[in-house]
Design a protein around this ligand. Structure first.
Ligand code: GLU
Length: 515
């Protein structure tokens, strides 16, 4: 294994949009490959035609592209080991299923779906679960129980069959998992899984092993839900004579709900109001099926950073990692064993950090479409000024609008009327009107000049900040929270500031009269 080149794969099935847990699996594979100078492969495992979802493959690829987890080889990326879509390799698998049968490691089974259903029902009635396994296979219709002649005539007559793996009786199957250490199963726990289906297509298990072998995969890094399948895979490597080049296994811990109880599911996104996908998935009929980080206003760097620490720890206090830093720091030996709680607050915190440290140009490029969506197209200079102002206040890019809409649209409500009732005095209006006329007289209506004028005015009139600033703030932006009033004024400009204050004076008076 040691001198084998690192070749890893991400092997999703296109059965729906790519869940964020899948993105994390892809990321860990990618980081490891990059670090080792290896190859990261995208293989689409689409042999289960009944579960195929239109658009899922495109969603997977677009998720990887958006995150910057680019495969070196694979569907849509080319390479020498293709095709990388299993449905295009379907003729490759049959011979291995046959090889297993010929060597006595697998057998034909002729049980009809009805017969299997009735077995399942029978078991259920006794509060049991039917398993096609070492003991039950003795009572079923298969090439282990039927004579050679019977088998031959069934096949010749065109009776539908499948090929099942013949799990050994009472054998200990041991393997090392890079995350969990030595893992042991008793073959009694396993069932005789179908390898080749009635439609001639392989199941996941056979196709996965054949392809990992053929594509010279060195390390299998995948979700924990595949751990129980691994003993079957170990047997397959042995039975196909490929034990020498068997990949090393690493099973990543589950992503858990924020509450810590149970696996994070697609439904949790809607339930808790956060994304569990990289980007939106719109079904073929146009229905929005899943919401993504991208549309929530996240930067891919933040999502990557967040995911990198969901299941891996650097062993230091460092939290902020660029992709390049991750490639250097990532360590397969530091994958956590226990499930990783999906902490959306932490995801938001990362996004905030990345937005805060973005350049003005980057922010302007992010803000432009957000404002455009609301029908506003500020010129570059104004856009940059707005971005500088809002920078520290953004959690997602949607906040360009949530926190800055008043820079474009008139104020319709005040978020703090209490302060008006408390501070508005009979003389306030005339004082503030005087102040506004001084400000309008400024040759250069920019923040520092505005600040100097306001401060001088307060001093001259013997009044304090509380007599002036809350009213300017509310009148100009509608909110007591936000950037400095001087900056807001500059961005709004003379005319608009004056217009807003004039309207506000009437409202202030009305509020104070009503109290
Ligand atoms: N096709 C499997 C999936 O959808 C791949 C599991 C594996 O990596 O072996 O996750």
């Amino acid at each position: 294994m040691s001198d084998q080149k690192v070749r890893v794969r991400f092997a999703p099935s296109p059965t729906g949009p790519l869940h964020i847990g899948g993105v994390r699996t892809a990321l860990y594979n990618y980081l490891f490959a990059k670090q080792q100078g290896g190859t990261f492969i995208l293989r689409i495992e689409d042999t289960d035609q009944t579960r195929f979802v239109e658009g899922a493959e495109e969603h997977i690829i677009e998720s990887l592209r958006w995150c910057g987890i680019l495969p070196t080889e694979g569907v849509s990326f080319g390479g020498d080991f293709g095709p990388y879509r299993q449905s295009e390799r379907k003729d490759m698998y049959g011979k291995y299923a046959q090889q297993l049968v010929d060597a006595g490691y697998a057998y034909y089974a002729f049980d009809t779906p009805e017969e299997l259903t009735s077995k399942r029902k029978e078991a259920e009635a006794n509060k049991l679960v039917f398993k096609y396994d070492v003991s039950s296979r003795k009572e079923m219709k298969n090439s282990l129980t039927l004579s050679q002649n019977e088998v031959k005539s069934l096949i010749d007559n065109g009776t539908p069959w499948v090929i099942r793996l013949r799990i050994p009786e009472n054998e200990i199957i041991k393997f090392t998992d890079g995350v969990r250490g030595e893992v042991t199963y008793n073959s009694k726990e396993l069932d005789d899984k179908v390898m080749l289906k009635t439609d001639g297509l392989p199941t996941y298990h056979l196709a996965n092993i054949v392809d990992d072998h053929y594509m010279q995969i060195s390390h299998v890094i995948r979700g924990e839900e595949w751990l129980p399948s691994t003993p079957t895979h170990i047997l397959l490597y042995r039975y196909l004579g490929w034990e020498d080049t068997r990949p090393a296994f690493y099973h990543l811990p589950l992503l858990l709900r924020p509450t810590g109880n149970g696996k994070l599911s697609k439904r949790d996104g809607a339930k808790f109001g956060f994304p569990v996908f990289a980007h939106n998935f719109v079904k073929a009929d146009g229905e929005l099926d899943a919401e993504g980080f991208k549309e929530y206003g996240f930067l891919p760097q933040a999502v990557i950073n967040f995911l990198s620490l969901l299941g891996w720890n650097p062993g230091t206090e460092q939290e902020m990692f660029s992709m390049d830093e991750l490639v250097k720091a990532f360590d397969l030996n530091r994958i956590n064993k226990s499930g990783a709680r999906y902490d959306y607050d932490k995801a938001q915190w990362f996004n905030q950090q990345y937005l805060m440290s973005s350049s003005d140009e980057t922010l302007a490029a992010l803000a432009k479409p957000v404002f455009a969506e609301h029908g506003h197209h500020p010129d570059d200079q104004r856009l940059t000024r707005i971005c500088q102002l809002l920078k520290e206040r953004l959690v997602t890019t949607k906040d360009f609008w949530n926190k800055g809409s008043y820079l474009f649209e008139p104020v319709t409500a005040f978020d703090n009327e209490k302060i008006v009732r408390k501070k508005w005095k009979p003389a306030s209006r005339s004082l503030l009107e005087q102040l506004m006329s001084q400000l309008i007289g400024l040759a250069d209506f920019e923040a520092s000049a505005i600040e100097t004028t306001i401060k001088a005015f307060m001093e001259e009139n013997g009044i304090g900040f509380g007599d002036v600033l809350p009213f300017l703030r509310l009148g100009l932006s509608g909110t007591m929270k936000g950037p400095s009033v001087f900056d807001i004024m500059e961005i709004l400009g003379k005319q608009e500031s004056n217009k807003r204050m004039t309207t506000a004076f009437d409202r202030f008076e009305a509020i104070s009269n009503n109290s």
